[in-house]
Design a protein around this ligand. Structure first.
Ligand SMILES: Cc1ncc(COP(=O)(O)O)c(C=O)c1O
Length: 490
C-alpha cells in the first residue's frame, strides 16, 4: 500500500480502498463486538454525529477565542457532564472541566494537576489493582510512583482501610473506579474519598467507562452507590463521551470540584518569540470534530435518549448474565452492577480461551482477560444498547460454543514451551526472538498485507502462552510485537 502516489487517485477510488481495508476490521456495529466500540444501535445518531464532526473538524481548539463555536460547545457539553455527575445548579455549583481526547488523557491530566499541586520529591499515586492502566501510564509519564492496593478476589474491590494505609505525606492522588473496566464494579467511593480527605489528598473517580450510564441506571432502579461530586472528598471525575455517551471517538470530560483544583492542569508558555501558548489539555492543536460531534450527539439523544439506551443496555446485561449463569461450567465473576458481564470457567474441562475462539468463530467477539494475581482468567463483555436485540442469538451460539469447547477440550500447548514462557525475562525478548515466536504461532507479520488481522483466528494457545509469562514479559512481548507490526510500507 502506498499512501503518496506520484499522481493523485480519484476520490471514489480512495474511498473504495478504505472500504476494502475496513472490511478486515471487527464489526463496529450490530452488537456482536463486546469491547472497543459503543454502538447505540439506533439509526440517525452516528449519521448526525459524523455530519457535525465534519463541520467542526476544520476548526482549531488551540485558541477558543478565535473559534468561539468550540468554546460554546465545549462549555455546554462540560455543563451536561457536570450536572449528570453531581455538579451544576442542583449540585456542587463550582465544578469546572474540559474536554480531552479520551480517558487516558483525562487521567493523565488529573494526575498532573494533583502532582503539580502537591510538591514532593517522591510523589505517589494510590490506586486499586483494578484501576485502568492509564493511571500506570500517567505515573510513568509524570514520574509519580504507583502504589497499587490489591482487590478482594470475591468483591473485586479494594478495602478502604488498605487504601487509607497506603496514603502517605507523598501521596498526590488517590484514585478509584466507577465502575472498573475489567469487572464493571463500583469501588467504595465514599470511604475511599473520606480516607483521602482526612489526609488532605485529592481523590479522582475514574468514571470514564460507565460514568455516563450509572446515573441513568440509578433512575431505572438499579442500586448504584454514590460515586460522584455528591461524595465529600471527591476532587475530580472523568467520564468518556466516546464510550457510553455514544459519541464518535476522541472525546472525554475531565471535571474538577472547583477552579483552584483545575488551575495546575493548564500549561502556559510565553518565553519565546511566537504566540503565547495556553492549553488545558495535552494536545495543543485540537480538532473541533469530536467536540462538535459530542455536542450534536448529546443534543440529539437528550436525557430521554440516554435513559432509553441505558434501559436497553441493562436489559441486555440481565439476559446475558442469566444466559451465562445457566451454562454448566460457567460462573459469573460478580453479579453485574453496571454494563459489564464478566465470567469465568468453573470446570477445568471447559477452557475459557477455547470458548472465546468458538464464540469468535460464530461471530461473537469477546475479550478474554488473562489470570492475574489471585483472579482467574475471565471473559469480559462490554454491553451496549446495540446488544439487546442480539441476546437470543448469543444465547444459542453460547450453548453451541460451550459444547464445541468441551468437545475439543483444553488447548494443548507444549509443556516445554510453557516452561520457556514462564522462565523468560524481558531482556531475552529481542526483535528476532519475538518475530520467531510470532510466526511460530501463526501471526502474519507481512506489513504489506493490506487486510485482515495479523493474528490467527484461533488464539487459545497464544493466550495460554502469554498467561504463563510474567507480567514484565507480557508487557515486553506485546510492545515488541506491536513494534514489529508498525513498520512503514512503501
Ligand atoms: C475505566 C476506564 N478508564 C480509562 C480508560 C481509558 O480510556 P481511553 O481508552 O479512552 O483512553 C478506559 C478505557 O476503557 C476505562 O475503561
Amino acid at each position: 500500500m502506498q499512501a503518496l502516489p506520484s499522481l493523485g487517485v480519484p476520490a471514489d477510488q480512495v474511498l473504495a480502498e478504505i472500504a476494502a481495508l475496513r472490511a478486515g476490521d471487527l464489526p463496529t456495529h450490530g452488537g456482536r463486538l463486546f469491547a472497543y466500540v459503543y454502538d447505540p444501535g439506533e439509526s440517525g445518531v452516528e449519521e448526525l454525529a459524523l455530519a457535525a464532526h465534519a463541520m467542526g473538524a476544520p476548526v482549531n481548539g488551540l485558541d477558543p477565542t478565535a473559534f468561539p463555536s468550540l468554546l460554546a460547545m465545549e462549555n455546554a457539553v462540560v455543563g451536561a457532564a457536570s450536572a449528570l455527575l453531581g455538579g451544576g445548579p442542583d449540585g456542587v455549583g463550582s465544578v469546572v472541566g474540559n474536554l480531552t481526547s479520551g480517558g487516558t488523557e483525562s487521567l493523565i491530566l488529573a494526575v498532573k494537576a494533583a502532582r503539580d499541586a502537591h510538591p514532593s520529591t517522591s510523589p505517589t499515586l494510590v490506586t486499586p489493582s483494578t484501576a485502568h492502566p492509564a493511571f500506570a501510564k500517567a505515573a510513568s509519564y509524570l514520574r509519580v510512583r504507583p502504589v497499587v492496593v490489591p482487590v478482594s478476589a470475591t468483591t473485586l474491590r479494594p478495602s478502604p482501610m488498605d487504601i487509607a494505609a497506603a496514603v502517605t505525606d507523598d501521596t498526590v492522588l488517590v484514585a478509584c473506579s466507577a465502575p472498573s473496566y475489567a469487572h464493571g464494579v463500583v469501588d467504595p467511593v465514599p470511604q475511599i474519598a473520606a480516607a483521602a480527605l482526612a489526609r488532605g489528598v485529592r481523590c479522582h473517580v475514574d468514571a470514564c467507562f460507565g460514568g455516563w450510564t450509572l446515573p441513568y441506571l440509578r433512575r431505572l432502579g438499579v442500586p448504584v452507590p454514590s460515586f460522584d461530586f455528591s461524595v465529600p472528598g471527591v476532587t475530580s471525575v472523568s467520564v468518556d463521551l466516546h464510550k457510553y455517551g455514544y459519541c464518535p471517538k476522541g472525546v472525554s470530560v475531565l471535571l474538577h470540584r472547583d477552579e483552584s483544583l483545575r488551575a495546575p492542569q493548564y500549561f502556559a508558555f510565553a518565553d519565546w518569540p511566537g504566540y503565547t501558548m495556553v492549553n488545558p489539555t495535552i494536545a495543543s492543536t485540537r480538532s473541533g470534530g469530536p467536540i462538535a460531534a459530542a455536542y450534536a450527539t448529546l443534543r440529539y439523544l437528550g436525557d430521554a435518549g440516554y435513559l432509553r439506551l441505558a434501559a436497553a443496555a441493562v436489559s441486555a446485561v440481565r439476559s446475558l448474565a442469566s444466559a451465562i449463569s445457566t451454562v454448566d461450567g460457567l460462573r459469573l465473576m460478580v453479579e453485574p452492577e453496571s454494563t459489564v458481564v464478566v465470567f469465568t470457567s468453573s470446570d477445568p474441562a471447559l477452557d475459557l480461551f477455547v470458548l472465546a475462539d468458538e464464540l469468535a468463530a460464530r461471530g461473537w467477539h469477546t475479550q478474554p482477560q488473562l489470570a492475574y494475581a489471585d483472579l482467574p482468567r475471565t471473559i469480559h463483555l462490554t454491553v451496549t444498547a446495540a446488544v439487546e436485540p442480539q441476546v437470543p442469538g448469543f444465547r444459542s451460539d453460547l450453548a453451541a460454543a460451550v459444547a464445541a469447547a468441551r468437545a475439543s477440550g483444553p488447548v494443548s500447548v507444549d509443556a516445554g514451551l510453557l516452561e520457556f514462557a514462564a522462565a523468560l525475562t524481558p531482556d531475552q525478548l529481542t526483535t528476532e526472538t519475538v518475530a520467531a515466536l510470532a510466526s511460530g504461532l501463526g501471526f502474519s507479520l507481512d506489513a504489506s498485507a493490506s487486510s485482515g488481522s495479523p493474528l490467527p483466528e484461533r488464539r487459545a494457545d497464544i493466550n495460554t502462552l502469554v498467561e504463563a509469562a510474567s507480567i514484565p514479559v507480557r508487557e515486553a512481548l506485546f510492545g515488541a510485537f506491536l513494534s514489529l507490526l508498525q513498520r512503514p510500507t512503501y
